[in-house]
Structures are given as C-alpha cells and as structure tokens.
Design a protein around this ligand. Structure first.
Ligand code: GLA
Length: 397
C-alpha cells in the first residue's frame, strides 16, 4: 500500500477509491520567461504530490496533508480562504475554477502526500493543483477545454480513464494556473503546471508560451542532474515574484509591445530611455534568456552538454544581477559547484528568492560531487544540505 493510501486509511478508516500523482518540475533553463510569452526548458522530476480520495454525498470536502498538521473541511459551495490552513487554498482554487468551467462534482475526502520538498522552487504548488484537478476527473470524468467541459472520456475494461490528450493537458494547466493567479494570488506563468502534466521520461521539454507548444528534447548521455536545496524557504506568496512580473509587463507596455517576447536586444537598447532602470534590467534579462533557451535547446539536441552548462551559468548570473532574485545561499551553491571539476553547469531553478539550484554533472563523478557539495555547503553556512539526484519522469496521471 502506498504511503498516501495509508495516510487516507488512518484518517477516514476505509481504502480510498482513487489515487493520482503529479510530479514536481525542474526549470532547466529560462528564468521568468514563461509569463513573458517566452520559452523555457524544464523536466518533470521523480518527486510527487499524491492524492488519495473517495467521494462523499454531502457536498463537503475534508482534506488532510502529510506536510501540514492542520486539516481542512469545507462545502464545495463555500470556497473561501482559511488563514489557518493556507495549503488548502491550492485545492480550493482549482475546485472554484472547475465549477466556473461547469464541471459538476460533489464532495470528497482526500489525503495529500508529498515526496516533493515544499518551498524549494520545484513546483510543489502546481503539483498540488494538478493532482486536485486529476482527482476530480477520476471521480467525475470530464474532458476539459479552455471554455468548459465536454463529453466524459470512457473508461477501459479495467476502469481506467484514458490519459489526457495534449489539448486537455493545456486546458488543465491553464485552469490550475488561473487558480493560482486568482485564488492564491501569485501571478505565476504556465511553466509549472504544464511541466507537471506533460513530462516525458528521459526528456526535457521545450515549452513555448506564445505558441502553447510542448516539444520533448532528448536528454540522454553521460550526465546527471542534481538538485541542491539551499534550505532557505522560497515563498512566492507575497514575495518579490509579482514585482518582477509587474516590471516586465510595464517594460513591454512602455516599448509598445504586448509582451517581452516581441522585444529583441536591439529594440531594447534603442529604447532604453523609455524605461526605468529596474524595468530595463528585467527586460534585459528576459530578452537574452529567451535567446539562451533557444541556443540551449540546440545544444541539448547535439548532446553538447558542456555548452548547455555554460548557458546555465550565464542564466544564473543574469537572474542574480538583473532580476535580483537570487540569495547569498543560491550564489554560494553555484560558486561551489563551479569549482568542482565534474560540474558542467549550475543555476537557480524556479521563481528565486530561495529554493534550490539545478546542477548538470558528469555521470562518472556524481557521487563525489554530491559529497563535495554537502560538505562544503555545511562548512560555509553551518547548514546541512542533502543533494538530490533527479530522475526525469513522465507527467501526472
Ligand atoms: C515560478 C513560477 C513559474 C515561472 C518561474 C520562473 O516557478 O510558478 O511560472 O515564472 O517561477 O521562471
């Protein structure tokens, strides 16, 4: 029995009828590009949010979580924030959006179990949102579009629903993003939700947020991906994330463009005087970072991992200097990694202001690298840090 099923049974005294899981995502290259209609490379990682559930008939939802002591109970007709259980906002936000999309559902009991560290910039919020959407789909099958829900998908002989089609993945990702933007109040882009839904084993994803396309990019070779969590909590809610987004949007507006995707380095340089220094710095980062992602994709396609690693370092430096969303701990992790001969590249991953770095490391020396990072990070900061080796996995199901 899975841990999530045990958790459910311990609370509700029966076996759950459904179990779903959504992986976290690692942003490999492309920092703060997604909501600028830009491109980003990411992969789904073998750390999950799982939800075990069973329907109820009284229109109530009762939630427990392995990560938070506070449980939460509410009617599906009363989806309000509860400051005593903020983690449940991600679930409520998705339920609210599903109702707006005319998806009919009743109450349920659910246990949430996470092997995905929270606040590490690995998309744990999105994974919870996606797992919530899939839980409702399991209990009340529907096919989601951007404007509503259509004919329910059929179950196979073993009672399983067919996997989401690409258009449904996009509609589900957008719905979850809307939940985060409007209910939780973080103006995040589509990266986390779409990566959690679209992951492909052994592949990175090139996500184009202008065309809404997801293209797999093989990532197979003598390389390993290692996460180093700085241990400094990254909280997007109320953090500097929204500020960066506002600067980017204001910059695009001042340049007469809908988004920064439509701005290139030349146009930016020629119109520098129209922007505040902060707007210019953010736009400078975004326009170059979008280019780096395209070059990075070519490097991965050609198995040029050392070149890809260079782009990772450049990306980190640009985020640090121009977006100013790094921390001394993240900078130290990148600096330590750079000193190790097995490292090909390192950068912060996700929104910033804490969280983790992602490191591209030569396969043969990955254990030595992990020991080295743990040892030196503790020496320099006094904090223990356990590097995590990543497997690149399939998306939510
Ligand atoms: C967070 C957001 C994403 C993206 C990244 C930064 O993870 O949720 O939408 O903007 O930060 O690239």
């Amino acid at each position: 029995m899975l841990e999530v099923q045990k958790l459910f049974k311990g609370k509700f005294f029966h076996t759950p009828t459904h179990v779903v899981q959504a992986p976290g995502r690692v942003e490999l290259l492309g920092n703060h590009t997604d909501y600028n209609d830009g491109v980003v490379l990411s992969f789904a990682v073998d750390k999950y949010v799982q939800i075990a559930s069973s329907p109820r008939i009284d229109g109530r939802v009762e939630l427990i979580s392995s990560a938070f002591p506070e449980s939460e109970k509410f009617f599906i007709s009363e989806l309000n924030k509860n400051p005593a259980a903020p983690w449940a906002n991600y679930v409520k936000g998705v339920l609210q959006r599903l109702r707006k999309h005319n998806v009919h559902f009743s109450g349920f009991n659910a246990a949430v179990y996470g092997s995905l560290p929270m606040g590490a910039g690995l998309g744990s919020s999105a994974a919870l949102e996606v797992a919530t959407a899939l839980t409702v789909r399991e209990m009340h099958p529907h096919s989601l579009t951007d404007t509503g829900s259509t004919v329910p998908p059929k179950r196979d002989r073993r009672g399983r629903l067919r996997p989401l089609k690409p258009a449904e993945r996009l509609a589900t990702a957008r719905l979850c993003q809307a939940a985060e933007n409007h209910f939780v109040g973080v103006k995040s882009g589509l990266l986390d939700q779409l990566s959690s839904l679209s992951g492909k084993k052994f592949h990175a994803m090139l996500i184009d947020c202008q065309r809404f396309s997801v293209d797999p990019v093989p990532m197979i070779g003598e390389i390993c991906l290692v996460l180093c969590d700085s241990g400094v909590k990254h909280a997007l809610v109320g953090g500097g994330y929204n500020e960066i987004r506002e600067q980017c949007e204001a910059a695009a507006k001042a340049l007469g463009q809908k988004t920064l995707r439509l701005v290139d380095s030349k146009m930016l340089a020629a119109n520098k005087a129209k922007l505040t220094p902060r707007q210019y710095a953010c736009a400078y980062h975004v326009t170059r970072e979008i280019q780096r992602v395209f070059y990075g994709e070519q490097a991965l396609q050609a198995d040029e991992f050392a070149l890809f690693g260079e782009y990772m370092y450049q990306s980190h430096e640009s985020s640090r200097d121009h977006l100013q969303n790094s921390t001394p701990e993240l900078d130290l992790l990148v600096e330590l990694a750079r000193e190790h001969p097995a490292t090909l590249g390192a950068r912060m991953t996700g929104g910033g202001f804490g969280g983790a770095t992602i490191n591209l490391v030569k396969r043969g020396a990955v254990e030595v690298f992990m020991e080295y990072m743990a040892l030196h990070y503790e020496k320099r900061t006094g904090h223990k840090m356990k590097p995590m080796l990543c497997q690149v996995v399939d998306g939510a199901k």
